[in-house]
Ligand binder design. Structure first.
Ligand code: GDP
Ligand code: ZN
Length: 418
């Protein structure tokens, strides 16, 4: 079955499973037959009472949109499998703009799986990853950038990343894209009209066209700024700690993780991802990192081996020199031996925690520099870009004109239930 044409009713557990159980878990149904399917498995307490009083059974469940009903879910044999709240959200007032029924179950995986099974036995099909959001997109509830932001919001690692994604869902970026596309087409039309009916039209105001394109190019530039910034937020900063054995890399990492200060909580985009590399793996680690911390033993000072290691990694990434074990070093050993290659040097003791805060500051400073660099690296030569291509590309971003390939690649990243 091709998920892009499918009109069947889909079901999935939309809350996490596999970890410790939550108090409540949700099975979601969406599609034309969501009410019918739910009606087969859900027995509302209210309806049961009515049936008992009137001694006749109503043939179908007619939920009122956005009114919660309490009841039970029964399997195909009529056995009760869980006690639930049913939340009906009827088309078009739902996430997918289809009829949606959410069954709030007890959070254990067993309950959730039995309820899901009951829904499938009653005629629903298991949802593909991202299929709810795909339907929301196909039904015009979300555009593509909004849909992508749903995925970003779910996987956001910092509150700044979450805020950026929320803004995306609310459509700031996609309305910019749509407006840029409309402007492209307007300009195209003006230019093409002159090519076709040259003599019947007033001459083209070239300056006006140029100034319009310039304005658009500025808008694109600022959108790209945001996008690059988002990317940094989304992925966080990769930090590699390299150094000879026993200089204290693991200990530094521990001391640092314990401090859990600015680096993870307050400052956006510093979702820390630190790898520790012993000498033989240092090259790879350095290649993958945004920032390299090279640790040396302050007591021994800078050694021949350290020079070799530095040559080996040959990196143009920002680097910080950490002189560790200062608690054991004499004052003479603590001269600032800053090497050319390093952005900064910091004295630390992984044992006492001294200097850890300074190390964090050094990294934040680099983060700021990286952000500035991203801004400066955007010489967008809009003049050479054909407007038609631009319009097409813009349309793809907002999903006004989009290939199945693009759709698949975006929605495949979602997990099931989203
Ligand atoms: P790695 O091989 O670079 O990861 O080094 P470790 O973190 O495993 O540390 C090697 C040894 O040095 C361990 O016994 C640590 O307790 C000790 N060590 C690490 N950092 C310090 C420090 O700042 N001061 C002191 N006195 N000992 C440290
Ligand atoms: Zn280690």
């Amino acid at each position: 079955e091709n998920q892009f044409q499918s009109s069947s009713t889909i079901a999935a557990i939309v809350t996490p499973v596999g970890g410790p159980p939550g108090a409540v878990g949700i099975v979601r149904l969406s599609g034309d037959k969501a009410v019918e399917v739910a009606g087969r498995v859900f027995r509302s307490a209210k309806r049961r009472r009515k049936e008992e009083e009137s001694d006749c059974s109503e043939d179908s469940w007619r939920p009122r949109s956005h009114f919660v009903e309490y009841g039970v879910v029964v399997d195909s044999k009529g056995s009760v499998v869980d006690e639930v709240l049913a939340v009906p959200m009827l088309a078009p007032r739902s996430y997918t703009r289809e009829d949606v029924i959410e069954l709030q179950c007890h959070g254990s995986e067993v309950c959730l799986r039995r309820v899901l099974r009951a829904c499938v036995d009653a005629g629903a099909r298991l949802a593909e990853p991202g299929e709810f959001t795909l339907r929301a997109f196909l039904n015009g509830r979300l555009d593509l950038t909004q849909a992508e932001n749903v995925e970003k919001l779910i996987s956001a690692k910092s509150s700044a990343a979450a805020d950026a994604a929320l803004e995306g869902i609310q459509g700031g970026f996609s309305s910019l894209v749509k407006s840029l596309r409309a402007q492209c087409i307007e300009l195209l039309t003006e230019i093409e009209a002159r090519l076709d009916f040259d003599d019947e039209m007033p001459p083209l105001d070239t300056n006006l066209v140029i100034s319009k394109i310039k304005k658009m190019s500025e808008d694109v530039e600022s959108a790209l700024d945001t996008a690059n910034y988002d990317k940094l937020l989304q992925t966080g900063l990769q930090v590699a700690i390299i150094g000879r054995p026993n200089v204290g890399k693991s200990s530094l990492l521990n001391a640092w993780s314990k401090s859990e200060r600015a680096i993870v909580t307050e400052v956006a985009g510093t979702t820390r991802d630190v790898v520790e590399a012993r000498v033989e793996r240092s090259e790879t680690a350095a290649k993958l990192a945004d920032v390299i911390i090279m640790a040396v033993n302050a007591v021994e000072g800078w050694t021949e081996e350290d020079t070799e290691l530095l040559h080996k990694i040959q990196s143009d990434k920002p680097m910080i020199l950490v002189m560790n074990k200062i608690d054991c070093a004499t004052p003479e050993q603590l001269e600032d031996k800053k090497e050319e290659a390093f952005h900064r040097s910091v004295f630390t003791s992984a044992v006492t925690g001294q200097g850890i805060e300074e190390l964090e500051e050094a990294i934040l400073e680099i983060l700021e520099r990286l952000r500035e660099a991203i801004k400066d690296e955007l010489p967008i030569d809009f003049w050479t870009i054909e407007l038609r291509e631009a319009a097409l590309a813009l349309a793809q971003i907002s999903g006004q004109d989009v290939s199945e390939e693009v759709l698949s690649s975006i929605f495949a990243k979602f997990c099931i239930g989203k």
